[in-house]
Design a protein around this ligand. Sequence first.
Ligand SMILES: NC(=O)c1ccc[n+]([C@@H]2O[C@H](COP(=O)([O-])OP(=O)(O)OC[C@H]3O[C@@H](n4cnc5c(N)ncnc54)[C@H](OP(=O)(O)O)[C@@H]3O)[C@@H](O)[C@H]2O)c1
Length: 233
Amino acid sequence: MNYIENKVYFITGASGGIGKATAVTLLESGGKVFDFSRRRKLTDTVTHDNLRSFQGDVTSEADVAAGFAACVAVFGTVDVLVNNAGIGLLTTDLSETDLETYEKMVNVNMKGVFLCNREALRIMKPRQQGHIISVISMGGQRTNANAPVYCASKFGARGLSSGLADQAIRLGIKVTDVNPGPTDSDYWGDRKVPREKFLKTEDVARVIRFVLNQPPEVLIREINFDNIKFLAG
Ligand SMILES: NC(=O)c1ccc[n+]([C@@H]2O[C@H](COP(=O)([O-])OP(=O)(O)OC[C@H]3O[C@@H](n4cnc5c(N)ncnc54)[C@H](OP(=O)(O)O)[C@@H]3O)[C@@H](O)[C@H]2O)c1
């Protein structure tokens, strides 16, 4: 059974990395994808009849409202929101961390998720159906010394998602957290990291597809996963 096809997927940050891999797998399964990304457009690198791109910033209330309205205008609704846009900046020494770095991460990783959740719920509530997936991180489950602010933003996003799940269940709306460990993407920039021990973006996309390809009554609330080589050290 294919529960993916013909549904409308609003994916933030689908221009690259995990979002792009997810968009491609959902398109291949017959889904309709609306990419909402800040600087690049998925349509610049992928061509498909069921794909549209919109340039917007998840931290802007106006951009988010305009993006959801554009998706409804093109595809008629939003069945699934994938909160994927996110940034990770190093904060190896908190005493040297400036407020701008803190605010950037909290704004994209928490406020952006709040704004997109709210807009999606306004479409999903009257229909009494929908699915909100947040790509949080294992950084929202375990902290590390290199990125306490990133972890704080992801713990915050996890709290928002958990409370929303409690609310949304009564409305027939599913909420799922997808928590990958380190994944090889542009997220890492030119940092020297052991990419050979990281998950691939396609691994994360496969997990998201699995979560989505369940019968309507089956809710996967949270899914944690890593590359075993990374955990082995
Ligand atoms: N990579 C990892 O190790 C890892 C592990 C666990 C969880 N995650 C999470 O997975 C998600 C995706 O990460 P990734 O590895 O795929 O990173 P990535 O390759 O850097 O891609 C990030 C995407 O988010 C978009 N984006 C960033 N800020 C945005 C904003 N303000 N508004 C709209 N779009 C914005 C980017 O768009 P433009 O570049 O076009 O602006 C890009 O499409 C993030 O939430 C990240 O925290 C990553």
